[in-house]
Ligand binder design. Sequence first.
Ligand code: PHE
Length: 355
Amino acid sequence: MSDIKKIKDEYLNKLKNDLKIENLNQIKTELFGKNGQISNLFKKIGTLSQDERKKFASALNIVKEELQEKINFKIKEIEDKEINSKLESEKVDVTLPEREISQGKIHPVSQVIDEISSIFSEIGFSVEEGPDVENEHYNFTALNTPDNHPARDMHDTFYLDQNKKLLLRTHTSPVQVRTMLKGKPPFKIIAPGRTYRSDSDQTHSPMFHQVEGLHIDKDINMGHLKGCLNFFIKSFFEIDKIKMRFRPSHFPFTEPSAEVDIGYEIKNGKIVIGEGNKWLEILGCGMVHPNVLKNVNVNPNKYQGYAFGIGIDRLGMLKYGINDLRAFFETDYRWLNHFGFDPLDVPSNYRGLSR
Ligand code: PHE
């Protein structure tokens, strides 16, 4: 019994002091923790005689409740104090002006990539991706471009190592190779992405964007290529008629190869696509060379098809009246505010995100 009283007096005394939450928690453990003084006294109950047991237990319970109550009261007191002092010091000034809300814009290049992807997805193309850092094999050799082929110089390649094995891809065509190596024909894909060449002026940037197209099946011919590009250009520029011409060209990975121009004219200082007698080159294409198919284990006697590579930035410049390619990549916030797109502002030819 004297133990109970001793503990009670000692702790009531302690609780008179100016205590912090940590001190109060400490006291709680000292009394009611696993080895706490009160907890230990409860363990003693079993050793007492029947008579003593009743008295001891009820006395112990009373002290336990008294101390607990006191401690909880003190904790509440401290918490109230804290809240009150916060309310005192943190006044809300309802007269302050609101903070400006700034909403980001979608970059024209991202917008154009989305538009292109959704147009091609309508006619059955799916979207593939490849890495910007490419190896020499996928970028050139597998695409039928041997070591000393002049096309390698044409590309002004950024090499990443002394042995010229790693490079920044000069076109999206290596995605053709990657796609065909990992699957089985037929293939019908587009592959938009960044490409790199050591070149810089008003219409060339060292980093630019292309979208690759590849359609391989048993009887795909140049007519299909023409139809597909015709559909794409009309949809992209939202016009019913276009003037388009195939100019014979050369790429090591296609045979025959062509470059495609679209007709345009300048009316009242604005470029009008699909009319007039000026020509603008927008893409390279052709029938995939049998050697390329062999390199990716596709039998050229069974399968054939076309590929194309379109300059994305140039299409964006034409459609949205942007006259310096470099502006795309200068990350000038004012420029982006003007030419960028609102995420919720759906353009008239928007067909839903395809990625
Ligand atoms: N890769 C070529 C280029 O970048 C374009 C192209 C792609 C041509 C596919 C033919 C077929 O110039």
